[in-house]
Ligand binder design. Structure first.
Ligand code: THU
Length: 132
């Protein structure tokens, strides 16, 4: 699964975004360390603060399936330029991949790629270590 394929998966699912308040539909697809793909969309709520972003929805689906290693995440939105994950999503993503690639794309094909480390430097430094 290459980046373009992952973007395709994010585009495919974007139509299912539930965004009646913002009308800003987001699709995300993540590639796990075992080669599986999990998709997510933003799900908004009348109580705005309960909205969940597409990236976190995708991550949570992966974890529910037993996957905790993420290689890359593709995000697709409609707009003049690619949308990058919000701060909350960057933090949640940082839990599941040391060298994760973040691929942001628009529906009409603009694309940007980052290492998650660029988007969230010094993530989790000094935080209590995981029990394994
Ligand atoms: N949103 C995402 O799903 N992912 C992002 O990276 C940026 C923002 C959603 C949240 C909300 O439903 C809508 O986009 C507008 O912010």
């Amino acid at each position: 699964m290459n980046n373009m394929d992952l973007i395709k998966e994010a585009k495919k699912v974007r139509g299912n975004a539930y965004a009646p308040y913002s009308r800003f539909k987001v699709g995300a697809a993540i590639l796990t360390g075992t080669g599986k793909v999990f998709a997510g969309v933003n799900v908004e709520n009348a109580s705005y603060g309960l909205t969940i972003c597409a990236e976190r929805a995708a991550i949570f689906a992966a974890v529910a399936a037993g996957e905790t290693e993420v290689v890359s995440v593709a995000i697709t939105t409609d707009g003049p330029e690619p949308t990058l994950p919000c701060g909350a999503c960057r933090q949640v993503l940082s839990e599941f991949g040391e060298s994760m690639q973040v691929i942001a794309s628009t529906v009409d094909g603009k694309m940007q790629q980052f290492d998650l480390k660029e988007l969230l430097p010094h993530a989790n430094q000094g935080i209590i270590k995981k029990h394994v």
